[in-house]
Structure formats: C-alpha cells, structure tokens
Design a protein around this ligand. Sequence first.
Ligand code: FAD
Length: 309
Amino acid sequence: MEHTKCLIIGSGPAGYTAAIYAGRANLQPIEYCGLQMGGQLTQTTIVENFPGYPEGVDANQMMTELRRQAERFGTDVRDGAIVKADFSRKPYVLTTDRGAEISADTVVIATGASAKYLGLEDEKKYNGMGVSACATCDGFFYRKKTVAVVGGGDTACEEASYLAQLCAKVYMIVRKPYLRASDIMKKRVESNPKIEILYETNTLGLYGEGGVEGAHVVYRKGEADERKYDLPIDGFFLAIGHKPNTDVFKGQIDMDEVGYIKTQPGSPRTNVEGVFAAGDCADPTYRQAVVAAGTGCMAALEAERYLNQ
Ligand SMILES: Cc1cc2nc3c(=O)[nH]c(=O)nc-3n(C[C@H](O)[C@H](O)[C@H](O)COP(=O)(O)OP(=O)(O)OC[C@H]3O[C@@H](n4cnc5c(N)ncnc54)[C@H](O)[C@@H]3O)c2cc1C
C-alpha cells in the first residue's frame, strides 16, 4: 500500500495552502483534488477581496496559480476523490474512487461545503450572472441595485442586512408566513426601511437577457388567493444553508448535526490526533477564501508539529 506522511483532501484555497506549507516543510504531501478541482471559486469570475490583488483576480487563474505554487514545493497533486476513510488505526487508511488504498500519518481534510439551491433550472442558467449564494462575496457588484434574498433563517436575515448597506432595495423571499430567525435578527430586518419581506412567497423562475432582470414568484401557492407576479431585481441571493462535503468521514470523526467537522477552538485539530480540518468543511461562520487559506496553513503547521513529536 502506498504511504504518505501527509494526505491532503481537497483542492480549494484550504487544500492548496496546506499543500504549499506541507511541501515547503518537506512532508512530500499527496493531494487529492476531488470532483471540483480548484474548489468553489471556480464557479465565480472575479475575486476582489483576496489580499494581494488590488485590481481583483480571475478566480480560475488564482486557483491555477495556487496549484502551481503547491506543485513547485513538491506536492503530488492528483485527480480523484477519497471515498472512504478509516481513522480507527494508525497509519490512517483512505480509499480513492479508483479503489486504491493509501495510508497516511497525517490527514488534512479540506473538502469544503456546497451552498444549497432551490433546484430551479434558471439558477444554473444565471449562475454568476445575477445568481449568488454569497452576499459577502458578491454584494459589492450590486451597489445601489435591487436584489432578493431567498430564505427566512438567521443567515438570510444577516445576508439581507449586509446587502441593505450596499443596495437600494432588498426583498426577502420567505416561504413561510414568518421568519425562522432569532428575535434580534427578525427585528433588525423588520425595522430596516430598505428591506421588504415577502412572506408566503416562492420563486418559480428567473428572467432576463444576459443576466437576471427579475424573478417569477407566487404568493400563497395552491391557496384560493394564489397570485403570480414578476419581481424586478438585479441579483438573486440564496441563503437557505450550506452542506459540508463530509459524508465520507461520517462515523470516523466528530461533526456537528449539519456535518461540519468539529475542531478545537482556534485550531484545526479534530478529535482524531493527526487529522486536521481546514476551510469551509469546518467553518459554518465565515466561509471565505482567505479564512480557508489561513486554516489550511494552520493545518499543515499542525501536521508538521505532530510528525516531529
Ligand atoms: C459563487 C461563489 C463565489 C465566491 N466568491 C468568493 C469571493 O469573492 N471571496 C471569498 O473570499 N470567498 C468567495 N467564495 C467562498 C469561497 O469560495 C470559499 O470560502 C472557499 O472556496 C472555501 O475553500 P475550501 O478550500 O474550504 O473549500 P472549497 O473551495 O469548497 O474546495 C473544496 C475542495 O474539496 C474537494 N473535495 C470535496 N470532497 C472531496 C473528496 N471526497 N475527495 C477529494 N476531494 C474532495 C473539492 O473537489 C474541492 O476541490 C465564493 C463561493 C462561491 C460559491
């Protein structure tokens, strides 16, 4: 069986940064990229908030350069996904989607998280052209414009409040006749003059030439007073939750009820020694590339220290 001192799972900012640090520490890491080489940022166009790029940077270019940087320091970057993990014995044994087994002294899990979508065809059609699942990332592109946020929980309220600081008008499209958010968040959106909450409303589709110009919505779907209408908007933000890509590690490592890997506060250490989690798969709060890169660095440094012990 092939053996490595350090196996990195995932090729987003967390995985590649871990690979750069582990490579420079001479751990000769092996990195599996998974189905989405380059991670979530490959779904977007320009990244404007990653430090070091005053004019912004093409997201795909940034991820390609991170890969080159990882390879320059000796990381063996591979196609393929990890489909099984056994952390019950050392060295740990991971299985790839081609059936190969690989043993590892340390493992950095950097498998990210995926935003949940409504499942509309138009979400795919307008992805990056008016549809976004990240207000912090894309809100700036909608300054002084009109946007809608889908969702009625704390995250949706937070995203709507954030967007209200930038946009002329923010609609919240809420399926239920109430918000599922905490009282403080409810009050914040209800009292914001820029936010209008559309209760009992579902999105049927989006329309627009070359980008989102509006949403087809329905009020009280299936009821006697059902009403369909078009809502003119420039941006459509999903805020109905994320799913961490951690199913492969279920039963092997501690996770919260959603599937985020639990780490010790301020550290990428998990409950399994020598196994570290970095980036969005362990971060229900920030979900930003620079944070993922930072925790990827921490995970590699921890792996190195663990091996030196
Ligand atoms: C459309 C969009 C725009 C965004 N814009 C910005 C922005 O402007 N600025 C910003 O800071 N953040 C932005 N973000 C958020 C940012 O992309 C994430 O915070 C960041 O990518 C998280 O990095 P990560 O390395 O933790 O995970 P990800 O980037 O999600 O990468 C996860 C990696 O793990 C791999 N993987 C998953 N499962 C397996 C497995 N079983 N085996 C092997 N590999 C696996 C995947 O293939 C992928 O390579 C945006 C997100 C989206 C969706």
